[in-house]
Design a protein around this ligand. Structure first.
Ligand code: XMP
Length: 321
């Protein structure tokens, strides 16, 4: 434990010094996504360059329920970071209109994200460095570092060449998720944040198969919030690394108020993993699943069927797109 703490202390010190050295007195910009990776990067960057740090939170419209407000409150409040929040939901939805192919969705989201980021950075005057929360599994699964590509993680290698950052700094690119959390705890991030389940950069977009529309995303947000609430009410969250709802884009026949209905299906996914390279599905208590199914089909308008995804990784990935 002492050694672990000692080496994490050393890592933090080196990361802070590294950011300071690479920034070389220039302003630093950090994209906050809502997840632990970018949060840790922001705190490291704040330690490294203080007031020279500006954080940018792009609300893509693909966040979980209430997440944008929680991120803003934490960083503007407790950390007193200079945080710019951009409401880009409509912009993303416009660019993704009619797009259903998973890799194209990811690519568009990645590009649009950088574009919004670039525009906002331009408004700040001199552009210095960009700090990104890439972690080691992202690099492996994007085919860098000699590994075979699984899918295009939006925060690796997707940087348009026209971008004018002097340097892109990735302070936690050699860490696995659990190490990032430990780092966050040592940096004083609240447990609700340091222990927060990972959430992909493209957010609910990779859990909403088919065309991304506001009503479908709102439906998924509600179903996901119910599932998470029930898992947490049962105190089961420490037994799994991720638990979330997916909207597979499948409609099926059902009966509501004695009449035929044809509505969306929601899938529930709960996984346990050490490194996110492989994962097992978690055996949820049947009573809990029944409660979640009952609540989703009665509280979320437009859902008449709920299924459980118990597929391990491989062959399935954690996310559905
Ligand atoms: P997969 O779906 O590849 O997920 O088995 C492994 C872990 O990575 C997360 N994930 C992402 N994280 N940008 C991210 O920052 C992404 O595009 C992305 N796609 C997947 C996923 O939630 C899981 O924790």
């Amino acid at each position: 434990m002492t050694n672990l703490k000692g080496s994490m202390d050393a890592f933090i010190q080196q990361a802070v010094e590294g950011i300071r050295r690479e920034a070389a007195g220039r302003p630093v910009l950090c994209a906050l996504s809502g997840g632990v990776d970018s949060a840790v990067c922001a705190v490291l960057a704040q330690r490294a360059v203080g007031d020279k740090l500006t954080c940018l939170f792009v609300d893509t419209g693909f966040m979980r329920k209430d997440e944008g407000d929680q991120v803003t409150a934490l960083f503007r409040g407790a950390y007193a970071v200079n945080l710019i929040r951009v409401d880009a939901e409509q912009r993303f939805l416009d660019r993704l209109k009619g797009v259903t192919e998973p890799e194209r969705k990811r690519k568009i989201i990645g590009e649009e994200f950088i574009r919004v980021f670039e525009e906002e950075a331009g408004k700040l005057g001199e552009i210095g460095c960009l700090v990104q929360g890439t972690i080691y599994p992202d690099i492996m699964e994007s085919g860098e570092d000699g590994h075979k590509q699984v899918k295009a993680h939006h925060n690796v290698g997707g940087m348009p060449t026209c971008i004018d950052f002097k340097a892109v700094i990735e302070p936690i690119k050699l860490l696995y998720k659990e190490e990032v959390r430990e780092c966050g705890r040592m940096l004083g991030l609240p447990e609700a944040f340091a222990g927060r389940q990972p959430f992909p950069g493209p957010g609910l977009a990779v859990r909403c198969l088919g065309e991304l529309t506001k009503p479908r995303l709102d439906l998924l947000r509600e179903a996901d919030a119910i599932f998470r609430e029930e898992i947490e009410k049962a105190g089961l969250q420490s037994q799994m690394q991720q638990y979330f709802a997916v909207l597979p884009g499948v409609q099926s026949v059902g009966v509501r108020d004695g009449a035929r209905c044809y509505e969306e299906m929601v899938a529930l996914r709960a996984i346990a993993t050490r490194d996110f390279v492989t994962a097992d599905s978690v055996r949820l208590p049947h009573a809990l699943v029944e409660t979640v199914v009952r609540r989703i089909t009665s509280e979320v308008e437009g859902v008449n069927r709920v299924v459980l995804d118990v597929t391990p990784k491989p062959p399935a990935t954690v996310e559905w797109e």
